[in-house]
Design a protein around this ligand. Structure first.
Ligand code: MG
Length: 370
């Protein structure tokens, strides 16, 4: 199969609520949407690069650049016999994982549609429902945070994840445990701390969070292993894991007991599956992270989270939380038991609102093999 035409759309949508982490306060999401076409079939992907390079070095502008300059020219040359071929063809291009994932995921959707199968089945998924949690950004006060947790729990979520930043971590953990004695909650630091902060995490241990996500530097494994030796709360790595090899090394030195998988962060679905498989082989549970995706990215996440080792509730939540404008027709909803149904139609299994995307696009590029 040869890619005949690729279109890239730059779309910016306001979030219903601003989202604050230790790294940034975000009010809008700008995403590169990718439409691939071959032999009458179409596939869609969505980049997760942020407007500013706080989570990773990639932004929508670098995604467009890498796709146009290196990634798409390489793929236009290729004859693809399976979606995994994309990952292989692009292996020589270093970094630019979110850019690679944007088109790689679109090609998976295209292959699944050609096969008439849901993407989850093509990936090896075994679940028809995924486990849902919700991520809550930093709130203006502890009271506001408790109110927000209460409101989100009414939505049925199985666990809440709370963003923390220096000066607020112990207070957030203690107030949450005091207010919700049985709540499954976890904390996400987005790399805001150093090993010198180990005493803070020891103080958090008695509040029994399910895990602490990426407490230390975004590129570190060694200090995380040292911290894990000092604290009881399991460490979960996010930013530090870019590949199956990273996961293997992190597990080997005891830097992580749980892994957050985001296909965009690791270069696409083939790589995400490798991370999943490495973790499964070491009995390390994984869950599906979120990057405040629009509908196409959300759909991809739901299919990925159908793989068997996604044993913990992830950050894939109901569509209604995020944007006033939707780019797919069917909203993702969470049932009372805190699960979400995996679409059963071919590919990502949702109706992409293509006319709307064309109307919303701030930029549109069309590329074909030369
Ligand atoms: Mg995280």
């Amino acid at each position: 199969m040869k890619l005949e035409r690729v279109e890239l759309f730059l779309v910016r949508l306001p979030l219903k609520r601003a989202y604050e982490t230790s790294g940034a306060r975000e009010t809008h999401m700008t995403r590169v949407l990718c439409r691939v076409e071959s032999e009458g079939a179409v596939g869609w992907g969505e980049s997760v690069a942020g407007e500013v390079p706080w989570y990773s070095g990639e932004t929508p502008r670098t995604v467009l650049y890498a796709l146009e300059e290196f990634i798409l020219p390489e793929l236009f040359k290729a004859d693809l016999s399976a979606p995994q071929d994309v990952d292989e063809k692009l292996a020589w291009i270093r970094e630019h994982r979110m850019a690679k994932a944007t088109v790689e995921m679109a090609v998976w959707d295209l292959f699944a549609k050609r096969a008439g199968k849901p993407l989850s089945v093509l990936l090896g998924g075994t679940r028809d429902r995924i486990l849902c949690g919700v991520a809550i950004g930093i709130q203006p006060s502890i009271e506001a945070l408790m109110d927000t947790i209460r409101r989100e729990l009414e939505g049925g979520y199985q666990r809440v994840k709370l963003k923390i930043k220096p000066g607020l971590e112990v207070e957030i953990a203690e107030a949450t445990r005091r207010t919700f004695p049985d709540l499954a909650f976890m904390l996400d630091a987005n790399s805001a701390y150093t090993l010198r902060d180990a005493p803070l995490f020891k103080r958090i241990d008695p509040t029994r969070p399910m895990m602490i996500e990426q407490p230390l530097a975004h590129d570190d494994l060694v200090d995380h292993a040292a911290l894990q030796r000092e604290i009881k709360t399991p460490i979960c790595l996010d930013e530090s894991i870019h590949s199956g090899e990273d996961a293997r090394k992190a597990i080997a030195i005891g830097a992580t007991r749980i892994v957050n998988i985001k296909a965009g962060r690791v270069g696409g679905l083939a790589s995400a599956k490798r991370v999943h498989d490495v973790c499964a082989a070491h009995d390390v549970p994984v869950w599906c992270g979120g990057m405040l995706e629009m509908g196409i990215g959300r759909a991809h996440n739901v299919h990925l989270a159908a793989l068997p080792n996604f044993r913990l509730p992830g950050d894939v939540s109901a569509s209604a939380r995020y944007f006033g404008t939707e780019i797919i027709a069917e909203p993702f909803t969470v049932d009372e038991d805190g699960t979400m149904r995996v679409p059963t139609k071919p590919g990502i299994g949702v109706t992409v609102l293509e006319d709307l995307i064309r109307k919303l696009a701030l930029e549109h590029k069309e590329l074909r093999p030369s």
